[in-house]
Design a protein. Structure first.
Length: 227
């Protein structure tokens, strides 16, 4: 039996970090979809594991104005195939908010459970955006609609026959009532909505003081579209 790998969006920054890092604010990721691993990488991750286990890799990422310029996975010696795929995926698909330049370590965690291997699912194609954090915020005003994207939003909704709204799927980590990490796991519609939403949440949302954990929240945008 091979191991099936599940991406742990809710544990992204929890695994493998020292306690001091949990209270720090991480640079926000305007897009960070789950890596799509090959069967070879799955087998490498589960090698020697006989029970449910979470495996974490630590990607040192350098960015210039949000664009990723270099990625190094620290576990490349122990997990060469998985590290190479994660490194390539991050370079191709991730980006930070435009005001971030520098180097940071971002953990990437996977959970191995016994079963038949299958491709890592695409969130946008196979998984509904579920909310796990509707009651954690003291204040969470809905983002004002960015009028500069109205035409792109209308075009997207019409192209999808009014069955799908533009939106952003967020992973938000909170420690002692403070937001320490925001990342976009998935998005539909104009890509500019990603950075706009992340910046809005960072500026205006306030968690309850005793909240701890990572929560998933969708944000949708519909404005002035009529059938």
């Amino acid at each position: 039996m091979y191991g099936r790998i599940r991406w742990l969006a809710g544990l992204l920054i929890l695994i493998g970090l020292p306690k001091s890092a949990l209270s720090a604010t991480h640079p926000d990721l305007a897009l960070a979809p789950p890596p799509n691993l090959s069967p070879t990488a799955w087998n490498e991750l589960r090698h020697g594991q006989t029970a449910v286990k979470t495996v974490s890799l630590h990607a040192q990422i350098t960015a210039n104005r949000g664009a990723i310029t270099d990625v190094t996975v620290k576990e490349s010696a122990q997990l060469p195939q998985t590290s190479a795929e994660v490194q390539s995926w991050i370079k191709q698909h991730w980006r930070f908010v435009p005001d971030f330049s520098g180097t940071v370590v971002q953990p990437v965690s996977f959970k191995i459970i016994e079963g038949t291997p299958k491709p890592t699912p695409s969130l946008v194609q196979t998984v509904a955006w579920k909310s796990s954090g509707t009651q954690i915020f003291r204040s969470s005003p809905k983002p004002e609609f960015p009028l500069q994207y109205r035409g792109a939003v209308r075009a997207y909704i019409e192209e999808n026959s009014y069955r799908r709204a533009p939106g952003v799927y967020l992973s938000i980590t909170v420690r002692s009532g403070a937001i320490t990490d925001i990342r976009v796991l998935d998005q539909t519609g104009p890509p500019e909505l990603c950075t706009y939403t992340v910046n809005w949440v960072r500026r205006y949302w306030v968690p309850e003081p005793n909240v701890h954990g990572t929560f998933l929240l969708p944000v949708y945008y519909i404005y002035g579209v009529r059938r």
